[in-house]
Design a protein around this ligand. Structure first.
Ligand SMILES: [Zn+2]
Length: 98
């Protein structure tokens, strides 16, 4: 068995931005999210007010859709769906509460 993969060195820039959660459920409105300035690892869809990040699968399993979810900037958010598998976990969508 070999275990010599330098996973710390994965070029995140080569991974495409995730599809917006709306685009996943409405095939006629498919569009990708954009990296959020100042928050590495966070994407945003300004049109729909949605955010996404990658979380470990175990963490995502413990979160129900609609649960309170602290946002990247510390404000209150609401958990959404999950998306594609990514290195280190799965894409997880959330939006601001209220
Ligand atoms: Zn969108």
């Amino acid at each position: 068995m070999r275990d010599a993969d330098p996973t710390m060195d994965s070029p995140a820039a080569s991974i495409p931005n995730p599809l917006c959660e709306i685009g996943r459920t409405h095939p006629r409105d498919k569009h990708r999210m954009r990296p959020l300035d100042g928050f590495p690892g966070v994407w945003v869809c300004a049109k729909h007010g949605l955010y996404a990040t990658v979380l470990p699968e175990d963490e995502v399993k413990a979160i129900e859709r609609g649960d309170p979810f602290p946002m990247h900037d510390g404000s209150a958010g609401v958990a959404g769906r999950t998306g594609d598998d990514r290195p280190g976990g799965v894409v997880f969508y959330y939006r601001a509460a209220g």
